[in-house]
Design a protein around this ligand. Sequence first.
Ligand code: SAH
Ligand code: SF4
Ligand code: F3S
Length: 479
Amino acid sequence: MAKTIFKSFPEAELERRRNVSFSFSYDEIKVPETLKEYAKGKKYFIHTYGCQANYRDEEIMAGLLEKAGFCRGNSENNSDVVILNTCAVRENAEQKVFGKIGDLKAFKAENKNRVVAVCGCMVQQKHVIEHINKTYLHVDLIFGTHNIVELLDLLNEVILKKLRVVDVKSLPGDIHENLPSVRQSNFKAFVNISYGCDKFCTYCIVPYTRGKERSRKMKDILDECRELKELGYKEVTLLGQNVNAYGKDLKDGSSFALLLDEVAKLGIPRVRFLTSHPWDFSSEMIDVIAKHDNIMKYIHLPVQSGNDEILKLMGRRYTSEKYLNLVKEIKEKIPNVALSTDIIVGFPNETYEQFLDTLKIVKEVKYWSAFTFIYSPRKNTPAAKIVDNVTPKEKNQRFQELVNTLAEVIEPINKTLVGKTFPVLVESISEKNKEMLSGYTEHNKLVHFKGDPKLIGQIINIRITESHLYFLNGEIVSE
Ligand code: SAH
Ligand code: SF4
Ligand code: F3S
């Protein structure tokens, strides 16, 4: 059995700390010579779970691995290095990953020279590492969200010294610019504008797993977006756990409104952003969104709950009234806007009456879509310490009621789209029907239509012919 080297280990107490300083690094990543030698003819495969932050991390890891000389495998089975890029936001996300780690035991047993690595948000939790170390000894490398830049050095140690390595830092290091990356699409791209989160909603693990909120410099973001525009990208999504807070930490006058304005001016056909917290949403931001045709009139504005007591317990820093006032201002200034949201049901001790306030706000805002979750206690978060008197059965019933109410709101909206024509960014061949293509409207509605796969990556006009709850059907409008 390989010896385990513990280089660093995450501590929730440290992860909570916010008085940490960092700087910007533009250094080139060096590839260890021995790894270059090993990588010849070798393949890697990355399984990514969770949100767009992980999606983008996968692209960076792919960039690093390809710089070392690895090629992307088309499945784990024909690969030599497999990485699980994990998410910790809810219990069921973690269960999926543990299942996958278990499956990889046979993969490793087939060939001992293969490398199994686990990274991402899950391993930023001490108890998860302890569990892996006890149960899944075929995992060779565990590295955290703040250790991605060290991936090549860590792999080098695992491969050459035949060690098991655990390196999960509690605190973020510098912001690394100019990291190599291999983008997963050649027409839509995600661009990080900030890392981490300082909101500390009481139920949420992200501020621990991703660390302090850190903004990239505006110039670096704009350079990246300019390059994407020159490469012909049709859509850029600016990414942050809370994009509205962008720039506050830089203390150089940068703000999200300013950044969004500058990105829109570059002339990329579609500009999107994720996610906006209702608390920091400024009037300037609304004005900038309204001003530019290429900023998609689609805003994801997580409400979480419609009840003020629950919102307070969640630490969300707004009341339902404040949220509704923001929605009013957005709708007034951007008449053709589509709003979507995230909702949690069954927060500890939520009463049925409090839950009804959530249904009320759903009906009032008339969301175009929503992600709905049953509350999942996350170790070390404040909410996980509350003794909860709501039974799983009640939570499931509320969840179902919420889904039904959302359907009542969304179906009529979708019906109004029938007969109208929208530009659609064609993304792929439809998963259900190989003769159909799929794409998204400005308002993030999924549309299926017949067409030539050559259209993938283009924005074309589609007339909507049929509406369903989760998708629309349409046809290409000939010029
Ligand atoms: N930073 C983003 C996304 C965070 S995670 C934001 O604040 O909007 C995405 C969603 O997962 C959250 O909006 C929330 O609805 C949900 N979520 C987070 N922690 C959760 C938990 N412990 N249980 C259930 N849902 C959770
Ligand atoms: Fe989690 Fe709240 Fe931060 Fe979103 S804003 S990542 S829900 S702590
Ligand atoms: Fe999951 Fe981490 Fe994203 S917990 S939602 S992958 S920031």
